[in-house]
Design a protein around this ligand. Structure first.
Ligand SMILES: Nc1ncnc2c1ncn2[C@@H]1O[C@H](COP(=O)(O)OP(=O)(O)OP(=O)(O)O)[C@@H](O)[C@H]1O
Ligand SMILES: [Mg+2]
Length: 354
């Protein structure tokens, strides 16, 4: 799968552009603050309908404008082409081959992208919600059924919380027995989510261990384990006291160990960064196994903070054959790591030439 062209209007500092991409390597070159990451963000938005660096869509609109527009042609296996339009006017809208999707979330799975960026470090050392988001995006991109359960779970969880809050605050119309109905549904969807997360983490663990072993030339063993929060209805009275649900997959986490110790607490920043890269490469492999296509890789600033061994391994992995977009401030650093053809785009003050 690859993105063959992209039209961008009023996205961050990119006012109007029409780009044709190389099916393999696209190098995005420019000085700091010119719009390189903005371009990757636009490509990511075309796949996920959200940004990887903000949860607020309106900050993506060029200052002083009313909305943004993205339109890309994605080429799938057997040369099947899809036109994907994602835009924000008063609300966010998505069109595939000129047909509006009833729900934005249904976009996920049409154009698989993976981002590698400096903040990936937080996959290891950050808060659990960052790891849950990682898992949810990956599983949603590979299995529409997962996305369905996840949405169901969020809906039930929200209703149940509302009811607990009503009971806590003594509002009329709320009865403890009403929660039983929600509990049955919560239990069911929660089991499905936990099962999917458990299976995928097992695969990701195996893949990451192998990749990490190679990147660190055998000096480190990384292990990823799942820390599920199994829904427990015995907590009901505490929940009424607090006014919200105290167990369930919305509180899940996963844990990284490097050479047997908890990486979040004890590993160095460099070790955490490498573990995060191993996880991203494992993500790429996982998606490939699931959808039988290489996802598009977006590599933001990845070479600036890695040593040569790790850099070399990363590049070897990304040179496997899929499409990649890589940002850099120096062409030579990236060019020498690429084998085969590539196209260079220069970015200056939001203007992209390629
Ligand atoms: N909504 C917006 N409207 C207009 N300009 C914006 C908007 N959001 C961000 N920018 C501008 O985009 C520029 C930053 O772009 P970006 O983050 O892509 O830089 P970069 O080329 O990746 O730089 P670096 O090499 O430092 O990572 C800044 O000049 C910022 O002011
Ligand atoms: Mg940047």
């Amino acid at each position: 799968m690859y993105l063959s062209s992209l039209q961008i209007r009023n996205f961050r500092n990119i006012k109007e552009t029409q780009l044709q991409f190389n099916p393999r390597v696209n190098i995005i070159l420019g000085k700091n603050g010119q719009g390189k990451t903005n371009l990757l963000e636009a490509i990511y938005f075309l796949g996920i309908a959200r940004s990887f660096r903000t949860s607020c869509d309106t900050v993506l609109i060029t200052q002083g404008m009313d909305g943004f527009f993205l339109s890309g042609i994605v080429v799938q296996q057997h040369n099947i082409q899809d036109k994907i339009d994602v835009f924000l006017e008063d609300t966010k809208k998505v069109r595939i081959n000129n047909k509006f999707l009833p729900r934005i979330i249904d976009l996920i799975g049409h154009f698989q992208v993976i981002i590698f960026f400096p903040e990936d470090l937080h996959l290891v050392k950050g808060t659990p919600d960052i790891r849950r988001r990682f898992l949810d995006i990956l599983l949603s991109q590979s299995d529409p059924q997962y996305l369905h359960y996840l949405q169901q779970y969020h809906k039930i969880h929200k209703h149940r919380n509302k009811m607990l809050w009503q009971l806590k605050t003594g509002q009329e119309g709320a009865a403890i027995s009403d929660i039983d109905v929600w509990d049955i549904q919560l239990q069911e969807t929660s089991n499905r989510i936990i099962k999917a997360r458990k299976e995928s983490i097992k695969v990701l663990d195996g893949l990451s261990t192998g990749i990490h072993h190679q990147i660190t030339t055998g000096s480190e063993i990384v292990k990823i384990s799942y820390k599920p929060s199994v829904f427990n209805k015995e907590k009901r009275f505490d929940e009424i006291r607090k006014g919200h649900t105290l167990s369930g997959p919305h509180l899940d986490d996963m844990c990284f160990q490097i050479n047997g110790i908890d990486a979040k607490k004890f590993s160095s920043q460099g070790q955490q960064r490498t573990a995060a890269i191993s996880l991203r490469l494992a993500e790429m492999e996982y998606l490939y196994q699931q959808i039988k296509e290489l996802p598009v890789l977006l590599l933001d600033d990845v070479c600036s903070e890695l040593d040569d061994v790790r850099k070399g391994y990363l590049m070897k992995a990304v040179n496997q054959g899929g499409q990649i977009f890589i940002t850099t401030t120096e062409l030579d650093t990236v060019r020498e790591l690429m084998d085969g053809e590539y196209k260079v785009f220069t970015v200056k003050d939001g203007l992209i030439i390629g």
